[in-house]
Design a protein around this ligand. Structure first.
Ligand code: ARG
Length: 382
């Protein structure tokens, strides 16, 4: 009942703010024509690209570790302590009250970056983002071909305004040889560090403000980061492809940089436990479901996984936590997502300081009335 009301209110709000956004963005009309509006893009759905983030200096980025954003070297000023970059995550609408915000603590700009190639940087966050999926990086060039997804809050037309709502589009791979033949700066393409994508006739591309954001490919249903938005001559011009940092070609260096920021992940003991007994979640009530881990000789992994399947009609009502055997609580989900149905997500948690063996609990608190559900199942891998 109440859900219908809340949904109606949400729709009214969206309609209202939509008008404001058009007023603000002025130039590019937020067209309902799905083919034309990144340049040539359409609105991304909430949760479609959960790991893409917006950075306060006007770039994009991707969550590649709970505490680290991958972006472009040209988006940052150098390497060192830096508390000035704001990060907005977990939303397509940058004004969404459910947005997750963090601040930078340290920036690692690609060693040797001089404006040509090596356009990557890592930003360490002031606290981990544990409740949105991570984007995995391409470790080999096997998927550096085909059709890619691009997305960002940058201009929707060359010279146009930044966007409030995340736009997405798809672009095909362009070989190094034909990219280099595009004239001008394209002749200086760094084969091993840059990868091009776009339509021969133009019309679809990333643009100013999309820099640092990911270009991804769906590999057997799992998104993999192939590129980082880097540069192009104008945006979406015919014969002028988008140029992206080639993640596979620099993976070793990016991974080494990541490890230097967060330490080499502690491997853990590799054991899992599942509880698939349904536990009802009544309104304004806290319930839990247990899993027992035994036989571990190593401590849990610093990238332990908690796969959660909760059926519920309004996940904005829920606070979901993992409770360690000693009672320490790790909040996985804290009332984000509004009226979205169901949580079906794997969270990465640093359980490195816990003892693996014992009884772990998935605790779910329903903090509002009207919508209910149940814990369907959950799996802990330490
Ligand atoms: N360097 C630009 C930025 O800072 C990204 C440009 C991408 N251009 C393109 N045509 N694909 O946002």
């Amino acid at each position: 009942m109440r859900k219908t009301l809340r949904t109606a209110m949400r729709l009214a709000l969206v309609a209202l703010t939509g008008v404001l956004a058009v007023g603000f963005a002025s130039a590019p009309s937020q067209a309902s024509d799905p083919g034309t509006d990144v340049v040539g893009g359409t609105r991304a759905a909430q949760g479609e690209f959960p790991w893409v983030v917006r950075l306060s200096m006007g770039c994009g980025g991707s969550l590649v570790h709970p505490e680290v954003i991958l972006t472009a070297a040209h988006c940052v000023d150098g390497t060192g302590n830096n508390t000035s970059i704001g990060v907005t995550a977990g939303v397509v609408d940058l004004q969404d009250p459910a947005r997750i915000t963090r601040q930078s603590t340290y920036v690692l700009q690609a060693p040797g970056y001089n404006g040509t190639g090596k356009d990557w940087a890592l930003i360490k966050l002031n606290s981990p983002i544990t409740n949105i999926p991570l984007l995995s990086m391409a470790t080999t060039g096997a998927n550096d071909n085909g059709t890619f997804d691009i997305m960002g809050w940058g201009s929707a037309t060359e010279g146009g305004a930044q966007q409030r709502y995340l736009l997405k589009a798809q672009v095909p791979f362009i070989s190094d040889a034909s990219c280099k033949a595009s004239g001008g700066s394209y002749g200086g393409l760094v084969d091993a560090e840059e990868i091009c994508a776009g339509l021969a006739g133009g019309g679809v591309d990333t643009c100013q403000g999309d820099s640092g954001g990911p270009m991804t490919k769906n590999v057997n249903g799992t998104p993999v980061q192939i590129g980082i938005v880097s540069w192009g001559e104008g945006c979406a011009r015919p014969g002028k492809p988008g140029v992206y940092s080639q993640v596979s070609g620099m993976y070793g260096n990016i991974k080494a940089g990541l490890d230097s920021l967060v330490g080499t992940p502690q491997p853990g003991c590799g054991k899992s436990g599942t509880n698939a007994n349904d536990v009802q979640i009544p309104d304004n009530t806290t319930v839990s479901s247990s899993v027992t881990i035994s036989g571990c000789t190593a401590a849990p992994s610093s990238t332990s996984k908690v796969a959660v399947n909760i059926v519920h009609t309004y996940i904005g009502d829920l606070v979901v936590s993992l409770i360690a055997p000693d009672g320490s609580a790790y909040v996985l989900h804290n009332r984000a997502g509004g009226g979205t149905d169901n949580i079906n997500q794997t969270y990465t948690v640093n359980l490195g300081s816990e003892t693996a063996n014992g009884t772990w609990k998935l605790q779910v608190r329903d903090a509002a009335s009207a919508d209910t559900g149940y814990i369907n199942s959950w799996t802990l891998t330490v």
